[in-house]
Design a protein around this ligand. Structure first.
Ligand code: AMP
Length: 282
């Protein structure tokens, strides 16, 4: 597996692949890789000739009081995992390589939907995501880029700017990968103590309760939200950031739910903020 650290290196690598007639799949990550990330890599391998992963903790998408410094960094272990699944190249730049002196251009998706959910709680977050993803797609000359449903609003934002700016890339969304006990895999799970990890099961449990109620005929959004909130509130270590049900992918307000809508939650377990979601099935 090639390790690429500079813009020049990745540009050269991507151009050579294109000239050889290969299609390129891009999988952006912030590292501390787990089975969720590796599933995206496998999906990329199935759909493209050459897979470029990126491992970059993007400073621009973190707020001033967020966990940029604490975010787990374990590049050597990440490389071993990426080799294992057959990724062809990993791009691992320094922040100063991605945002050199003079950098001043950002991609800002302005739709109302970006102000909801995580966008409401993390101002500037999606501006940072959209900017770095645009740059990565360009550098990698990606034909297809792969993202997880785990960050469903991120997929909405990316699909929007790709369409609005006519960026020639196909966006693929991969379902959430969970531990056997239901906890959505996340690099941030590493922050949790054993007791908090147990408490964190309340996220998927509460969503499953509402999904089951929906399947049995409960469609009132307020009722479904209350089922989720009641379950989370039973867990003493959990504090709700938001519990929402919207249409997907437009993320518009709805009063009654139908298949395809999304139930999305953010919950603090101790100091760690976790997100999870379920797209309703009929
Ligand atoms: P991150 O490193 O957290 O920025 O995540 C990189 C990519 O992996 C994003 O597209 C995430 O949505 C995706 N991802 C993270 N966790 C999961 C998961 N549990 N299941 C599926 N995709 C995931």
């Amino acid at each position: 597996m090639k390790v690429l650290r500079t813009q020049e290196e990745i540009k050269k690598y991507a151009l050579a692949q294109k000239q050889a007639g290969k299609t390129i799949g891009l999988v952006p990550t912030m590292g501390a890789l787990h089975e969720g990330h590796l599933t995206l890599m496998r999906e990329a391998k199935k759909n493209t000739d050459v897979v470029i992963a990126s491992v970059f903790v993007n400073p621009v998408q973190f707020g001033p009081n967020e966990d940029f410094d604490a975010y787990p960094r374990q590049f050597e272990q990440d490389c071993a995992k990426l080799e294992d699944v057959g990724v062809d190249a990993v791009f691992h730049p320094e922040p100063s390589e991605m945002y050199p002196e003079g950098f001043c251009t950002y991609v800002n998706v302005e739709g109302e939907f970006t102000k909801k959910l995580c966008g409401g709680q993390r101002p500037g977050h999606f501006r940072g995501v959209a900017t770095v993803v645009t740059k990565l797609i360009n550098l990698a000359r990606a034909d297809k880029a792969f993202f997880g449903q785990k960050d469903a609003q991120q997929v909405c934002v990316i699909r929007r700017f790709v369409e609005d700016l006519a960026i020639p890339v196909e966006i693929h969304m991969v379902p959430i990968v969970r531990e056997e006990n239901g906890l959505a895999r996340s690099s941030r799970n590493a922050y949790l103590s054993p007791q908090e990890k147990e408490a964190a099961l309340v996220l998927s449990r509460s969503l499953n309760l509402a999904a089951t109620a929906f399947k049995k005929g409960t469609v009132q959004v307020e009722t479904l939200k209350q089922i989720i909130k009641d379950e989370i509130n039973k867990e003493p270590l959990a504090v709700i950031d938001y519990v929402e049900i919207y249409s997907f992918p437009a993320l518009t307000e709805i009063e009654t739910a139908q298949a395809g809508d999304i139930m999305a939650i953010a919950v603090k377990i101790g100091k760690t903020r976790l997100i999870d979601n379920v797209i309703l099935e009929g």
